[in-house]
Design a binder for this molecule. Structure first.
Ligand code: CP
Ligand code: NVA
Length: 309
């Protein structure tokens, strides 16, 4: 049985297969066809953090596939009151067909998955946000930005950065990461990603200069400076990230046709300017919509793997 915890566990072929399936199902939907790929199946969705896109895309997605989503906030289930993860995993996976989890420590997700009888999907942890990258790459394909891309990630070395590193390492493209000093990526994840990149012809560059990272890039992306769980550090981070805003001056250094991506929610005037976010190069709302389509591809892919066991 396959879980979807990080892109590390997936080959290039599998990642592209999932995205292609998502694109196929998107196309069917746009043509008015809603095929019931997962009739009467249930997706449990455990949220220990807030969400707009992840919740709406998974719940709508499973519904469109013929199934039903169960929104389980940790305020409502016993997990939030201390029921062990291993007990929760065995109970939920004995009744549901798939589980999506958004949580803090990545180890919580791993523990849950190790006790689950059904596929578990990472809906974001402190370390990784891999479903977002499926949507991001799908958007790059659609906007003709997936042909030998050079991606510049500007900002915090966080779950999004780690996920971009894994995508670049697996698919074999160049990723340049610019973070302020003291906000670099996790060194263990970096070492792993660099090893994978070497095997697949990917290139990972780390710098403290946004200008150096963006020069000639064909995709520019960023993320919030204070992730969920870091609310107390917000003011300190705004000071530390001075000069890391993706604005028109920075975009001007990239390739003329460069795309701008952002997983959202965006903080205008902090990591990105209003002009860039709303500008002609920005594809952020297509990217957000693609969460629905990419994750439908993922759910059907996992479900078919499970059914064919
Ligand atoms: N990009 C993303 O995961 O958004 P939400 O936090 O709204 O789910
Ligand atoms: N890095 C952000 C991503 C939100 C989708 C966070 O973890 O809050």
């Amino acid at each position: 049985m396959r879980h979807f915890l990080t892109l590390k566990d997936y080959s290039k072929e599998e990642i592209l297969e999932i995205i292609a399936l998502g694109l196929q199902i998107k196309n069917e939907l746009k043509n008015g066809e809603q095929k019931q790929y997962m009739p009467n199946k249930t997706l449990a969705m455990i949220f220990e953090k807030s969400s707009t896109r992840t919740r709406v895309s998974f719940e709508t997605g499973i519904f469109q596939l013929g199934g039903q989503g169960l929104f389980l906030s940790n305020r409502d289930i016993h997990l939030g009151r201390g029921e062990p993860i291993k007990d929760t995993a065995r109970v939920i996976s004995s009744m549901c067909d798939m589980v999506m989890i958004r949580t803090f420590a990545h180890s919580m997700l791993e523990e849950f998955a190790s006790y689950s009888k059904v596929p578990v999907i990472n809906g974001l942890t402190d370390s990784f946000h891999p479903v977002q990258l499926l949507a991001d790459y799908m958007t790059m394909i659609e906007h003709k930005g997936a042909d030998e891309p050079v991606v510049a990630y500007i900002g915090d070395g966080n779950n999004m950065t780690h996920s971009w590193m894994m995508l670049a390492a697996k698919l074999g493209f160049e990723l340049r990461v610019a973070t302020p000093k003291g906000y670099e990526v996790d060194s263990g994840i970096q070492a792993e990603a660099e090893k994978i990149a070497q095997e697949n012809g990917g290139k990972l560059v780390f710098t403290n200069s946004p200008q150096e990272a963006v020069k000639g890039a064909t995709v520019v992306t960023t993320d919030t400076w204070a992730s969920m769980g870091q609310e107390d550090e917000k003011e300190e981070r705004i000071r530390a990230f001075e000069g890391f805003i993706v604005d028109e001056a920075l975009m001007a250094l990239a390739n003329k046709k460069a795309l701008f991506l952002h997983c959202l929610p965006a903080y205008r005037g902090q990591e990105v300017s209003e002009a860039v976010l709303e500008g002609a190069q920005s594809v952020v709302f297509d990217e957000a919509e693609n969460r629905l389509h990419a994750q439908k591809g993922l759910m059907v892919w996992l479900y078919q793997k499970q059914a064919n066991r």
